[in-house]
Design a protein around this ligand. Structure first.
Ligand SMILES: Cc1cc2nc3c(=O)[nH]c(=O)nc-3n(C[C@H](O)[C@H](O)[C@H](O)COP(=O)(O)OP(=O)(O)OC[C@H]3O[C@@H](n4cnc5c(N)ncnc54)[C@H](O)[C@@H]3O)c2cc1C
Length: 479
């Protein structure tokens, strides 16, 4: 029996008396991935119910990428102004957080409302329901007292939530997560940041550049533990240069909170005081409330497992952070594109003969927007060696490039390449520097398209650009 027919039979087994409406697709969670999927399926003419319990758009526009990058843009402007003394005379800088807070509140988030997002969906014919959606059987989703039956299938895009570590004394205190940090109207005098990942590092640097005393506690041996050790070193040095006290290999043993703020007791006896405490120790998918067991999926797993068409099961797709392939907006969008094609094919809207897109994470790019910005793609050196590849690496400091020398103050960064010698291609690369995330694009193409190292060595790189350091690093591989 064809897969499509099997889905239909299962759905038909469910008593129709409970069902509010029969539709083509139900999307649970209208964050980055879910919103894209719901909008495009509705625009393609499918009947779509979109369920969101909070704000349509999800974490990225309201409490993630967009507000944090607005903060970073402002903080980098301050840092650049402070570099005038070294390059062009004198500049007096008086930070004013209210400008940043106003821009986030008024321009970016419309006061944390989602009328525009709801309108984007409903104007395409989608039916929007505010509430928490839960699977109650194959093709069946309950929200409040309504149950929708999906003829083609259900898409899960419920994202992740902050991990709150079980540090004694922490629970019940008014600690911040990214939510409070992104809604910040006024700056406190001091903040302790728990966690030295991308979010912790970005926010710590912003706050320090605005004059907040910041202490960072990272349990691992280095900040940005997922990236190359050289990236960790550079970012830790940059944070320290901005006045952040960085404690690595430091376990928070206990937290105390009183009227004046927080004290974080470290295992080595050190103590950090902060008026506020930001918890940025990672994110996790919440799967145990989604009714996954009703469709034969395991709710105790860390993530929803998907195949390369984003199928989690028969008539069920998952996109975004909850799939565990990298908590990035571009991953959610990429996966949404693949799921949309597969769903349209299943619905008979896309021609079966049209080329199928399959998810491929070999050249996954990621950027930590600290200064220096750390862009990376594919495997780190460690990951490549752990896979048993015949690895050769090459690293070029930006300060040794013409552009780095010209740039002078603020030129910290490097290009690091990880090559698979046997295949003669790059399998990973890091581009740290003033515009590390932009320089990354050339490296992402090289890893994605498996451009031979010899081809990279034979092309022309514009002078004097930061990306020209790629050429020097490529030559380092050929030595
Ligand atoms: C501070 C910060 C900075 C970041 N910066 C970047 C960056 O610069 N670049 C980048 O690529 N990524 C960044 N990210 C990550 C990015 O925000 C996420 O990867 C992206 O939002 C994931 O999209 P998603 O669709 O998986 O989930 P989300 O955007 O989290 O959306 C999930 C939605 O599902 C809803 N939901 C959950 N359960 C239910 C339910 N049962 N019923 C109905 N609705 C439900 C939630 O309310 C939410 O709106 C950042 C994240 C943070 C926190």
């Amino acid at each position: 029996m064809a897969e499509q027919e099997r889905t239909q039979v299962k759905a038909d087994e469910i008593a129709s008396t409970d069902v509010t409406a029969d539709v083509d697709v139900v999307v649970v969670g209208l964050g980055v991935g879910g919103e894209e999927t719901a909008n495009r399926l509705a625009a393609a003419g499918l009947s779509v119910v979109g369920i969101e319990r909070n704000l349509v758009g999800g974490e990225c526009p309201f409490w993630g990428c967009v507000p944090s990058k607005i903060m970073i843009r402002a903080a980098n402007a301050l840092a650049e102004a402070r570099r005038v003394d070294h390059l062009a005379g004198q500049a007096r800088v008086e930070p004013d957080w209210s400008i940043v807070a106003k821009r986030i509140r008024e321009e970016a988030t419309a006061g944390w409302t989602d009328d525009a997002g709801v309108e984007r969906f409903t104007s395409k014919g989608g039916r929007f329901v505010r509430g928490s959606g839960r699977l109650v059987g194959p093709g069946l989703v309950r929200v409040g007292d309504e149950t929708f039956r999906a003829r083609v299938g259900v898409v899960l895009g419920t994202g992740t939530t902050p991990v709150i570590p079980p540090v004694p004394g922490l629970a019940g205190t008014p600690y911040w997560t990214n939510r409070e940090a992104m809604e910040l109207a006024e700056l406190p005098g001091s903040v302790v940041v728990l966690g030295g990942g991308a979010i912790g590092a970005e926010v710590a640097q912003v706050l320090a550049r605005f004059g907040v005393r910041v202490g960072m506690v990272e349990a691992g041996e280095r900040v940005l533990a997922q990236e190359e050790p050289e990236s960790s070193e550079r970012v830790a040095a940059a944070l320290r240069a901005d006045g952040v006290t960085v404690h690595t290999g430091a376990r928070a043993e206990r937290v105390e909170h009183d009227d004046s703020g927080f004290t974080v007791h470290l295992a080595d006896g050190d103590r950090l005081r902060g008026e506020r405490l930001l918890v940025a120790t990672g994110r996790r998918a919440v799967l145990d409330t989604l009714g996954l067991e009703t469709v034969g999926l395991d709710p105790t797993r860390r993530f929803v497992e998907t195949d390369d068409r984003m199928r989690a099961g028969d008539g069920i797709w998952a996109v975004g952070d909850l799939t565990g392939h990298g908590a990035f907006t571009h991953v959610a969008m990429y996966q949404a594109g693949i799921a949309i094609d597969d769903i349209l094919r299943r619905a008979g809207v896309l021609d079966e003969a049209a080329g199928e897109r399959r998810a491929d994470y070999r050249a996954l790019p990621r950027v930590t927007f600290t200064d220096p910005e750390v862009g990376a793609v594919g495997l780190t050196e460690r990951q490549a060696r752990d896979r048993g590849l015949n690895v050769r690496t090459s690293l070029t400091p930006l300060s040794e490039s013409s552009r780095g020398w010209i740039h002078q103050v603020g030129d910290e960064g490097f290009i690091k390449l990880v090559a698979d010698v046997d295949r003669g291609v790059l399998v990973g690369a890091t581009s740290a520097g003033p515009v590390g995330g932009e320089v990354l694009s050339a490296l992402a193409v090289a890893v994605h398209a498996e451009v031979p190292v010899s081809t990279l060595a034979g092309m022309i790189y514009a002078y004097p650009t930061f990306h020209r350091a790629i050429e020097t690093a490529v030559r380092g591989l050929l030595r």
